[in-house]
Design a protein around this ligand. Structure first.
Ligand SMILES: C[S@@+](CC[C@H](N)C(=O)[O-])C[C@H]1O[C@@H](n2cnc3c(N)ncnc32)[C@H](O)[C@@H]1O
Length: 198
């Protein structure tokens, strides 16, 4: 299947199913395969906007769970009415204390679909992306409870591979996945870490 067809298919599907973005199918595939989310969990979604990962998560965690979204973009009002969802406009790197997000304890799951602004220059974009990934690993202990689960988007490069290898022992399980709904030309893949050893 060509890339345009792939784009059309998932874009149309998301539209028909009332999801805010086609990225929903990436998280769905990750979760179906690796069982990252469960009913009742407390989840934080870094770079949630427009919010399809939040929509998916909100359904899986149900009424006893909570999902907190953070993004530098203006709050998406379409999500404000959802009972187990809270969204904040902020850089995740400006969150120094969890009480800023209305919670006291660390989260069961950290999701990050964040992407840096891109230039089109491959080496610059790869470096920016890896910087962002490293910064997220850096703040992880502040957000994720011991034993918790983690999903992060990464743009592939040799240095990204080397860096990830060095972080592998932070988790009981560590997996890489390129979801079917990711465009085949894209260099993005996802890292799934389970059972965080803080
Ligand atoms: C690909 S989009 C996320 C799509 C989302 N997962 C969905 O399903 O709708 C990436 C987001 O990361 C956000 N972002 C980038 N750097 C950030 C930061 N430092 N703090 C918070 N959000 C950030 C961007 O503003 C952008 O909205």
């Amino acid at each position: 299947m060509g890339n345009f067809k792939v784009k059309d298919h998932y874009y149309q599907k998301a539209k028909q199913e009332n999801f805010l973005a086609r990225s929903i199918y990436k998280l769905e595939e990750i979760d179906q395969k690796y069982k990252v989310l469960k009913a009742g969990m407390k989840v934080v979604d870094f770079g949630y906007y427009p919010g399809s990962w939040i929509q998916y998560t909100s359904r899986v965690i149900g009424d006893n769970g909570i999902v907190v979204g953070i993004d530098i973009q203006e709050v998406n009002k379409k999500l404000s009415g959802v009972k187990n969802v809270r969204v904040y406009q902020q850089s995740i790197f400006d969150v120094t204390d969890l009480t800023q997000l209305g919670v006291e304890d660390q989260f069961d799951v950290v999701l990050s679909d964040m992407a840096p602004s891109t230039t089109g220059i491959k080496t610059v974009d790869q470096a920016r992306s890896l910087d962002l990934v490293e910064s997220v690993f850096g703040v992880l202990p502040r957000f994720l409870r011991p034993g918790g689960n983690f999903v992060i988007k990464v743009f592939d490069s040799q240095s990204a591979q080397d860096y990830l290898k060095s972080q592998k022992n932070l988790f009981g399980e560590f997996h890489f996945l390129k979801p079917k709904s990711t465009r085949s030309v894209s260099k993005e893949f996802f890292v799934i870490g389970k059972n965080f050893k803080a």
